[in-house]
Design a protein around this ligand. Sequence first.
Ligand SMILES: *[C@@H]1O[C@H](CO)[C@@H](O)[C@H](O)[C@H]1NC(C)=O
Ligand SMILES: *[C@@H]1O[C@H](CO)[C@@H](O)[C@H](O)[C@H]1NC(C)=O
Ligand SMILES: *[C@@H]1O[C@H](CO)[C@@H](O)[C@H](O)[C@H]1NC(C)=O
Length: 333
Amino acid sequence: MSCKFIFLLILQTFIYQAMSRTLLEDSIVGRYQQWIAKYGRNYEDDAEKEKRFKIFKDNVEYIDKVNNEGNRTYKLSVNEFADLTTEEFIATRTGYKISSQPTSPKTTFRYENLTEIPMTMDWREKGAVTPIKNQGRCGCCWAFSAVAAVEGVTQINSGNNISLSEQQLVDCVEGSNGCNGGFMDYAYAYIIQNQGLGTEENYPYRAMDGTCDQQMAFNVVARISSYEDVPSNNEEALLQAVANHPVSVGIEGSSRDFMYYTSGVFTGECGTNLNHAVTAIGYGMSDDGTKYWLIKNSWGTTWGESGYMRIQRDTGAPQGVCGIAMKPSYPVA
Ligand SMILES: *[C@@H]1O[C@H](CO)[C@@H](O)[C@H](O)[C@H]1NC(C)=O
Ligand SMILES: *[C@@H]1O[C@H](CO)[C@@H](O)[C@H](O)[C@H]1NC(C)=O
Ligand SMILES: *[C@@H]1O[C@H](CO)[C@@H](O)[C@H](O)[C@H]1NC(C)=O
């Protein structure tokens, strides 16, 4: 082989590699433009846009990698969170925090002796779940989780299908910190003390902190008499509770796989450092025999399965996948 030929070969390989790199880069730039258009992003300047592009690219590469490996039971998608770092995401889209305020009256777990448990449950089919909501940029997942559980027991108890107010909880619950995080049991304690919770329409969601509007807060439609904690780290107990009505659960909802989940049964990656709250609204088993919990999230309908997630159940880990069995609680109508 002549020297010249080898040189050409090397040159060719080099050019090819350089080209494919630019093509890949171009295609991510193209996806970024489309994504910006789709989600209506408006960056204040080019520096911000460039910074967000780097984060976007990194997230997209991760999402593509996971989907291409093809060995998970779930898929990810480049959703509206793709220009956020994990830290930014946790700060603005989650919000599960337990402060030092004492919680739970010590009560028994009323379903402990329940043995008749349906094989599957989906409270949506029974009309006990209102449409998916969106907390936006406010760390008040705790209010959405509590409201979904109260909406559930209200509908089951009285037949009334009413969307209730998260903003009332954000503004009025002491012990919680509005958009800076809170805990569902504080919300239940407030609803008992306030003698009820008003409708979404009466006290509309604003995705920001506000002062409690007493006049709106006294216009109540849904009452609860008490609330109870499901025994911790016990998926069997959680099943007994969810068989009866939707249940609030804490969860670790900040892994990239969780952020970009779009379909299938979620099996992790995630830890058990609870930082998000959602509502367990049912359970079942997928076609391949994987047992799952059905959860309602508050990140709009573009996340997950139209706003919902199926997350693996009964793996043998006491805390459950993402810690779902660690801190469940529910209101009693
Ligand atoms: C999927 O495959 C990748 C790459 O081979 C591996 O690192 C990862 O652990 C696998 N994940 C699962 C859930 O099997
Ligand atoms: C469950 O059964 C045990 C044993 O009979 C009883 O002591 C307990 O009070 C029951 N729990 C409830 C919530 O009814
Ligand atoms: C409950 O109300 C919502 C609208 O607020 C509606 O989309 C849903 O279909 C209703 N469900 C039932 C079972 O009536």
